[in-house]
Design a protein around this ligand. Structure first.
Ligand code: SAH
Length: 446
């Protein structure tokens, strides 16, 4: 076994979480921020049987893809594993990861993976942030939790978040000091403000601020809100959310709108979506247009098609497809998303959509209804063999699988591959600087 000391090694691969991989006689070492081909002295931070972890102590040879991170806390935060690499390197890695998983997990050897559709400027894209507040040296601080801890690393403006959020957070911290509103202290369960959630709309420029509090109200709350909207007039709505539980879940059940209409509106490919504090909504408003645009183009929809939108969320995909087909059925498990989906259908005056609250596997196996086209967009854990086998039984002409996790995508495609031909594998980078990648696969009935 490796000891907790310094070793020398060369990066020969990249792990599924974007870390550099070094091979030793004792097994592999995953190294933060080490790029392919680089040689370094590595300090072992965790020595395990076969798998160890380390950090760069001294770089011996440097990759031409290495860049100076634009974020000062990228290593400590752990959210962006590619801040120190060129964007081209990141996109190459993401394509490689999908190719590897299709081969290794899906046993699909002859599938071509297209180049990843990236962003022109892979920065400041996130339209939703949740920031913990705390206190250090008697000052209010906010930022990110240090990777795998609850210690706050202060940061003024994150490199991937909408730039509107930084100044608003600063004003909130200023007002908390002025009004003597203490941040929540997890250890003693005292204080008032736990987190601040900010959602922004790229298309309407609306901004939602959610103050997540440990108490039902606080002294001077009305004046606090008045001063906040004076300092940050770009805020459209402010919500007060109460979360008294000792939990990692950020939002509590009860909430009250203190300013504005309580939701913001965003637009995707011409359709409007109302977003409340808890609604699921894609976090990259620029790439989502490319993702859905490409998925719909590949679905090759016809006027008399009947479409299943499985794992529908707030039915974004179903609603975007509805004008092109005869009928859409959107199926989603989570009640609040289903309610949002109904509202979104009304908001856009779309009538040829049926929205069903159900588990996709149960729904499809109950009656095995016929669909001409199926678009499925499951969560990271992928779909189920029972759902996929039912799809093989109902035989849609076309199937579009949108996935945010290549390993489960590969597993599921193997199940489908005897009845469907994989026509195109098109990755889209929804989360630049992180190791996550989204993939659209278009399949045709054999
Ligand atoms: N297509 C949507 C949402 C994709 S996220 C969009 O692009 O916005 C995946 C969704 O699948 C989530 O909304 C999740 O609640 C839902 N989901 C997870 N398991 C499910 C299941 N077994 N049956 C139905 N929906 C499920």
């Amino acid at each position: 076994m490796l000891k907790k000391n310094i070793i020398k090694g060369k990066c020969v691969d990249i792990s599924s979480e974007g870390k550099g991989v070094i091979k030793t006689v004792y097994g592999v070492v995953f190294v933060d921020s080490l790029l392919l081909g680089e040689e370094a002295e590595i300090e072992i931070t965790y020595a395990g049987k076969g798998v160890s972890y380390g950090v760069i102590k001294r770089l011996i040879s440097k990759s031409t893809d290495r860049i100076q991170p634009k974020c000062p806390i990228s290593t400590a935060c752990g959210g962006c594993v590619f801040q120190n690499a060129s964007y081209e390197y990141e996109l190459r890695y993401k394509k490689h990861k999908i190719e590897e998983d299709l081969k290794r997990i899906g046993h699909l050897d002859n599938v071509i993976v297209e180049d990843v559709i990236g962003m022109d400027n892979p920065e400041h894209y996130r339209n939703k942030i949740q920031v913990p507040f705390g206190k250090e040296n008697k000052r209010v601080v906010y930022g990110f939790y240090k990777a795998k801890t609850h210690k706050i690393i202060p940061v003024k403006q994150c490199n991937i978040e909408d730039t509107k959020s930084g100044p608003i957070l600063k004003n909130i911290a200023l007002l908390m000091e002025k009004f003597h509103i203490d941040p929540y202290n997890e250890d003693y369960r005292t204080g008032i403000i736990r987190h601040v959630l900010i959602r922004t709309s790229l298309s309407t420029n609306e901004v939602m601020v959610v103050l997540v509090s440990n108490v039902d109200t606080f002294p001077g709350r009305n004046n606090f809100i008045k001063e906040l909207v004076t300092l940050s007039p770009e805020i459209s709505t402010i919500i007060f959310n109460v979360n008294k539980r000792d939990t990692n879940v950020i939002l509590g059940e009860s909430e009250k709108t203190l300013y504005g209409k309580g939701y913001i509106t965003d637009e995707i490919l011409g359709l409007k979506f109302n977003i409340s504090s808890k609604s699921f909504f894609q976090v990259n408003p620029i790439q989502v247009q490319k993702l859905y645009g490409e998925a719909i183009r590949l679905a090759d929809l016809k006027k008399d098609d009947v479409l299943l939108d499985a794992y529908a969320g707030v039915a974004t995909i179903g609603l975007l497809c509805a004008p092109h087909v005869k009928k859409v059925t959107s199926v989603e498990l989570v009640k609040s998303a289903v309610i949002n989906a109904h509202n979104n259908a009304k908001l856009n005056n779309i009538q040829n959509i049926e929205i069903i609250e159900a588990d996709c596997t149960e729904y499809i196996n109950k009656k095995l209804p016929h669909f001409d086209v199926v678009i499925m967009d499951p969560p990271r854990k992928g779909s189920t063999p029972e759902f996929l086998n039912a799809i093989k039984t109902i035989k849609p002409n076309r199937l579009i699988y949108i996935s945010c996790e290549p390993s489960t995508l590969a597993r599921d495609l193997e199940i489908l591959s005897d009845k469907f031909t994989i026509e195109k594998v098109q990755p889209v980078d929804m989360f630049p600087r992180s190791f996550h990648v989204e993939t659209i696969v278009s399949l045709k009935l054999k």
